[in-house]
Ligand binder design. Sequence first.
Ligand SMILES: Cc1ncc(COP(=O)(O)O)c(C=O)c1O
Length: 467
Amino acid sequence: MSGSKGVRNRRIAGSRIFPPMNSSASPRLPEKQTVLHSWTAQDRWDAPTVVGGAGAHFITADGRQILDLSSQSECCNLGHQHPAVVNAIKLQADRLCYIANAWGAEPRARLAELLLEKSGFRGGRVFFTLGGADANEHAVKFARQAQGRARGLVIARDRSYHGASYATMAYSGDTRTREGADPAAHRVIHALPPYAYRSPFGPGTDEECGLRAAAHVEALIAREGAHEVAAVLMEPDAGTNGIVPPESYWPALRKVTRRSGTLLIADEVMSGFGRCGDWFAWQRYGEAGRPDLMTLAKGLTGAHLPLGAVVLSAEVAKRLEQEMLYTGLTYCGHPLSCAAGVAAIEAYAAEDLIARSRRLGALMFDELTDMHGRHAVIGDVRGGHGLFAVLEFVADRGTRAPLAEWPSTPPALSALVRDGLDAGVSFATRGNLLLLAPPLVIAEQDLFDALSLLDCLLRQHFPSATP
Ligand SMILES: Cc1ncc(COP(=O)(O)O)c(C=O)c1O
């Protein structure tokens, strides 16, 4: 992109760095003809093949080095190919690739210990899954069992995303999958969201919106009867829905769930591991924010291998101690994934990446706030507790009319992302939103270059939109 400061479309001699795959692993047919890709119509899929990566960059087969401003699916918190994690996987592969969950495994036990330590869930327990969706399904299963309500109600919320399995489609308040799963059949009720920019609770401050959203959950619990409700499942901060709740929301939700004896499940699949400036986003509120269970995935291994987890508080774990656990996953606590998880947690700590995310997240937020001052098409800027922020695009700042009907992505925003990629930076959109979630290891200069490219692209694609 001409005019962008600093970002270069770097080209490297891929074949020199990446030796050719052995011929049996090389595809004979184009991927477009053989693989089903998610969240797209197949005939529209047209993405480059990626052959490698390092730090905040990934490298395409034609040798382009792309700066990853979304950490792929907001999961590569440690960047690509973190050497310590890659090495830990290699060492574990040489020692023991797999042993079933019925047996003990050193990396599994060590990872559980580290998660309990980092979260302060002393005396709690960890159940490992393969990713975020099955972590949420298991958290609900454990909450219901601990409450002695096998089919107890779950209160989740509109504008949320908890996964793409049938049960998690029912938990999610996601327009894309709403038709496919029946919340009532899964005993799920949806609450109104703490979406301050478009508050469903009418006029008021952001903080009032957060408090009203929590009071609304309390009213739903009272309406159904506290004895009918097993759990409340919510994202405390970052999620693909793009809502960042006001600061009043989570502690108030914790209070109402405690008052009614309902278990609070924090879906930290995206918000965990530094993304929101703490190991886990609820920690921002100290003990006043501590959930009863939390679910993890993505940053747990920095996406080097698939892994999810449910962390149970000591009290919930105690209620299950004498109970038969009617669940299992063949790959539950897979040693390779757990070894990657241990190395990932050690890397976050050794490189002080949680504090770094907090610091760079605040700087990124300041830059985005400045852009909000320059581009009327940006209706709202949210986030900034760590390296996670959301820009919401509007057709009219006064009326807050969206640029396109949710969940469609406005064509000009798609074009902006395409030009970003041509200039060597990968941005992520969701509907009217641009989600910024770079790896926590991103070089400061790369971050600022990417933001100045964004500024430039906004000027180019939304030229008349100055406030
Ligand atoms: C908050 C949240 N929960 C759950 C999930 C589902 O995780 P997975 O794709 O690993 O099943 C996601 C994925 O984006 C997420 O953002």
